[in-house]
Design a protein around this ligand. Structure first.
Ligand code: ADP
Ligand code: ZN
Length: 751
């Protein structure tokens, strides 16, 4: 028996199929999709590989001599046949290796045995001293120490996920002898059913929902449709219009037809209500997959899907690879969200992968949104997907009315405060009748930057070309933090340039909003939720639960609070500095602002009482702000699509971004010039790359990041596969030394 294998980890130049002989004792159970160990290279180094396929015995190659497979590591297949084909697709599309693609599909088998790694502080009093004396220089390190001071010995995986840090942070701390590591018996798996889970019965769908359900059922179950056709629908419905209910009805029909269902959500921790509804309806048939699971739990969930006992998968981006058999329906909820785009290799978009899988399985693909991505709406308009609308709030709640407030006028009228007069009054009235408010601001920390009032000096990060943000810690101390690299520094007491002691604090962040709120409403309680408050033991879910139970009058937060939560008692939403989102300097900034404002606005008035939304901005004429205020997606879309068309931005073209990085400024610049020539050469040599244009090399907007200089090349092409081919060709050639390169198609951020 012969098998063709690809290496689990290798450079692209070694990424092809290698043939091996399977020794007789290993033939039993050997199949495509198995993980095996093979000898590789001149030294026959033992290497892990995936079996692409088993060659039929009569292929006539049996005479040649091949190296032999050493061991079948997985027993049975860890990849289904359709996933192997998906891997080849990803390799072409995202210029990654087979191994990169396959590794995103199957979780590593957790180390055998019942022990897991823990971490603890070597000397807690000493660590506390380091913390208070400001000896830890990275925000990630500070978070870990703060957490361990509170929790004692803790599972490594819990520390990583709670503190939003990577293993390297722990490694650094252990080199500094601050943190030690140990082993603990692994915890039993979390029980599948949690208390308080919604055992909610299905609703009788309303007219619009009925139509949507029928249309999706027809797409999924119509056997007469040609197999290779994309069966896609856009479920375009305002928040609360009952989209989730539509997914759940269709999912039930698909299951009854013996097929399986994949539901993607932007982030599991932000959508607890969705998860509990799915579990409530489908019980043990449902599996939840996301990155914050411990390796054991992730593996256990994956196993249940692989062996067919779970037939409904709900999960974040990477769940799009779930090994479901015979998928009938794929749902992408809030399809416009940036979390569906992977920022690490392979840099895939879940929507693109979902389209490929939907065609493979003959499944219906449903994209759900209140504010669809411009590209998605364009496809629906062009008739490439079915447009289904839900225009009413399902539970009969009123839609909030909104008002744009010009903060320049507030200033002129003598109110320099963060809160406009009308927002303040609205909160007063709401609290007086026991209602709650949401305050939304897209900047965390206390103040955006510190500026010397005498000479204009701004405190910048030493490693990055950005200003540092002022943060306050729980005990009231302040420090400067770089939001890009996590560097922490003390607040200067006088200007290092001119010696002046008067600093101005500009650009309010969520901490300052909380501080100010408590001054204005001293009798009220506030909860805050942003990346800083959700570290350590307190999770998103805790904060949201407490707000939902009425433990505070206001919830203040970043975009985290704009999403997916249903609070009937909220009647006021304030969007502070709505135009803060506009200045981000790339072509999606307007779209993102529209989406965020609309989502935040959708949080008010979800119960029986009508809600009101206050949108505060300086630049009130912007069409994103204006159309978001009216919650008029189509008006926004009409203007946006004209801009996209004239500029050749998606959906009328694709943008590729090549970034060159080096610790040496001139090397980075030189490499950028060299690579731009190389790209032009490739475009001239290869067929099908006509019409690709490369802009001259330019410094990235954040020129220095983590001590590396960054140059970028913006490339425009008519279609995505052109860029895939160009990037594949580019990745085959060696790079200048001491320079690294990253390539991204349709990047989420051009920073
Ligand atoms: P969306 O996903 O569009 O935000 P949901 O499906 O979460 O909307 O529905 C919003 C609210 O309306 C939920 O509380 C849901 O239980 C309720 N709901 C949905 N469909 C119906 C229906 N047909 N009849 C009554 N209530 C419904
Ligand atoms: Zn920095």
């Amino acid at each position: 028996m012969l098998v063709r294998c690809v290496l689990k980890e290798c450079r692209r130049s070694f990424d092809r199929a290698y043939t091996y002989e399977v020794p007789a004792p290993l033939c039993d159970g050997m199949a495509a999709g198995c993980l095996v160990s093979v000898p590789f290279g001149a030294g026959n180094r033992k290497t892990e590989a995936f079996v692409l396929d088993v060659e039929p015995a009569e292929s006539g190659k049996e005479d040649a001599t091949y190296k032999s497979v050493i061991e079948n590591l997985s027993g049975g297949p860890v990849l289904r046949p359709d996933q192997i084909r998906l891997g080849s697709f990803m390799r072409d599309r995202y210029y990654c290796t087979y191994g990169d693609a396959f590794r995103t599909m199957c979780p590593p088998r957790p180390a055998k045995g019942r022990s897991v790694r823990t971490v603890f502080l070597e000397d807690p009093p000493e660590a506390a001293t380091m913390l208070s004396e400001g000896l830890l220089k990275k925000i990630g390190q500070i978070r870990v120490v703060e957490m361990l001071l509170e929790t004692g010995e803790t599972l490594l995986t819990d520390v990583l996920s709670s503190c939003h840090v990577s293993r390297s942070t722990i490694d650094t701390l252990s080199r500094m002898r601050v943190v030690g590591s140990g082993k603990a018996r692994s915890m039993p798996e979390a029980p599948e059913t949690e208390d308080g889970e919604e055992r909610q019965a299905a609703f009788v769908p309303n007219e619009e929902q009925r139509e949507a359900i029928a249309a999706i059922d027809a797409l999924a179950l119509d056997a007469s449709a040609p197999g290779d056709r994309l069966r896609e629908a856009l479920l375009f419905g305002i928040t609360g219009s009952g989209k989730t209910e539509v997914y759940l009805h269709c999912a039930r029909h698909i299951l009854d037809a013996g097929r399986s269902v994949l539901i993607l959500v932007p982030e599991i921790s932000l959508t607890p209500q969705m998860v509990s509804r799915i579990r409530g309806r489908f019980g043990d048939l449902a599996a939840v997959m996301h990155s914050r699971l411990t390796p054991r739990d992730r593996y256990a969930q994956w196993r249940r899907v692989m062996d067919g006992s779970a037939r409904v998968v709900v999960g974040a981006r990477s769940a799009v690879f779930a090994p479901l058999e015979n998928i009938g329906l794929i749902v992408i909820d809030e399809e416009q969200e940036s979390t569906y785009k992977s920022e690490t290799t392979p840099r895939y978009h879940a929507r693109t992968v979902a389209r490929y899988r939907a065609i493979q399985h003959g499944a219906a693909l449903v994209l759900g949104s209140a504010t669809p991505a411009v590209e998605t709406y364009y496809l629906a308009e062009a008739g490439r997907s079915r447009l289904l609308r839900l225009t009413q709030r399902a539970a009969g709640a009123a839609i909030a009315t909104a008002e744009v407030i010009d903060m320049r006028e507030e200033l002129q009228a003598g109110n320099p405060d963060i809160f406009s007069r009308s927002l303040r009054q609205a909160m007063q009235e709401a609290f007086a009748t026991g209602r709650q408010a949401l305050l939304f601001l897209n900047r965390r920390g206390h103040s955006g930057f510190l500026l010397c009032r005498a000479c204009g000096y701004v405190r910048r990060c030493l490693s990055c070309s950005v200003s540092m943000t002022l943060h306050k810690t729980a005990d009231g101390r302040a420090s400067m933090i770089c939001h890009y690299c996590g560097r922490v520094e003390p607040v200067p007491d006088k200007c290092p340039r001119c010696g002046n002691e008067a600093f101005g604090r500009f650009g309010a962040g969520t901490q300052q909003v909380e501080e100010r709120f408590l001054q204005v409403f001293p009798d009220s309680k506030a909860l805050r939720m942003d990346q800083d408050t959700t570290t350590g033991r307190i999770s998103h879910a805790d904060i949201l639960d407490r707000f939902g139970r009425g433990e505070s009058d206001v919830l203040i937060g970043t975009q985290m609070i704009a999403k997916g939560h249903d609070y009937p008692n909220v009647t006021v939403a304030g969007i502070l500095s709505a135009d803060l989102m506009m200045g981000m300097g790339d072509f999606r900034a307007g779209e993102r602002a529209f989406q965020l404002i609309t989502q935040a606005a959708g949080r008010a008035g979800r119960g029986q009482a009508a809600g009101k939304v206050y949108i505060q901005a300086y630049n009130t004429d912007d069409y994103a702000v204006q159309t978001a205020c009216r919650q008029d997606y189509e008006a926004f879309y009409r203007q946006e699509i004209v801009y996209r068309r004239t500029q050749g931005y998606p959906p009328f073209g694709v943008i590729g971004l090549v970034t060159l990085l080096s610790a040496d400024a001139s090397m980075a610049a030189g490499a950028a010039v060299e690579i731009s020539h190389r790209i032009r050469e490739i475009c001239a040599e290869m067929q099908g790359l006509e019409g690709i244009s490369v802009a001259d090399p330019a410094k990235a907007p954040v020129y220095r990041l983590r001590d590396r200089y960054r140059w970028r090349l913006v490339i425009r092409a008519a279609r995505e596969p052109q860029l895939s081919r160009l990037f594949s060709a580019l990745s085959e050639r060696p790079l200048p030394t001491d320079v690294s390169l990253s390539m991204d198609i349709d990047p989420f951020s051009l920073m």
